[in-house]
Ligand binder design. Sequence first.
Ligand code: AMP
Ligand code: MG
Length: 308
Amino acid sequence: MSRKYATETLRADAEGIARAAAILRAGGLVAVPTETVYGLAARADSDVAVARIYEAKGRPSFNPLIVHVRSLDQARVLAELSPQAAKLAEEHWPGPLTLVLKRRTGAGLAGAVTAGLDTVALRMPDHPVMRALLEMVDFPLAAPSANRSGFISPTTAAHVLTSLDGLIDAVIDGGACVAGVESTIVAVRTDGSIEVLRPGPIDLGQLSRSTSIEAPGQLASHYAPGKPVRLNVTEVAPDDFSIGFGAYGGDCTLSETGDLAEAAARLYACLHEGARSPKRCIAVAPIPEIGMGVAINDRLRRAAAPPD
Ligand code: AMP
Ligand code: MG
């Protein structure tokens, strides 16, 4: 890994977004705020640009990327939308819902984006900066979370620089992300079946949860702070950095009032704080397995999984 770039921090204004668009047109990498986490964007129609995402993240190339689009029309160019898929998109886009759909061949997507699958993951984000950027360029943007592979996802520009400073061209500083955990991923199959591959901010609880490993990035250790993480902790040890929730206080609290949306928005900031602290372990209070709690516990279980 060579840190060869002088990573620029851009303001989230017209000038900063125009600069980001120019970098992306030239095949560069820009970290961009979205409503979920910061994404590491590259033009999705360029093999060279997409290869740079994998290189900067140190991400295994069998792990496909989510493609961000500006409109339903742009999505239709890249994938076949069944009536159910179109209905989900109309209900939840722009927003934190990713649809895994049958890819159209010849739509110009770089092969590495989909890791050779005949499906593609699409999302129309709901963040003014990412949307302005998508309007300024005439290609869709591949954008995984803007962190080294396996490390904690970023919800501020400072988090991005923690792991990617010198490895990417620029980051747009758009403040903290409001949702705070990655999009819900849903596979919409041509036979009409629908399956949740990753829980997230959009609660589609009525749909079946997948037990398969179809979303490759969903395996085992991920979001790891580089030290042991224990979950459902009600008694904190002296060497613990404690992350509280509701009645359980902590060195950092997800939500004093037990609000799950607030907890999701603060999750990665607390994990980043725990990673930086001199304490040897991170201990997390119990989080109820309801609503946003499902997505929070999913991420916490993988932060706690031993490295693979
Ligand atoms: P990230 O961009 O880091 O939030 O991770 C994106 C995740 O989306 C990947 O790790 C995969 O699990 C999932 N994904 C992307 N494309 C596909 C696809 N074609 N089929 C199934 N899952 C996908
Ligand atoms: Mg990620």
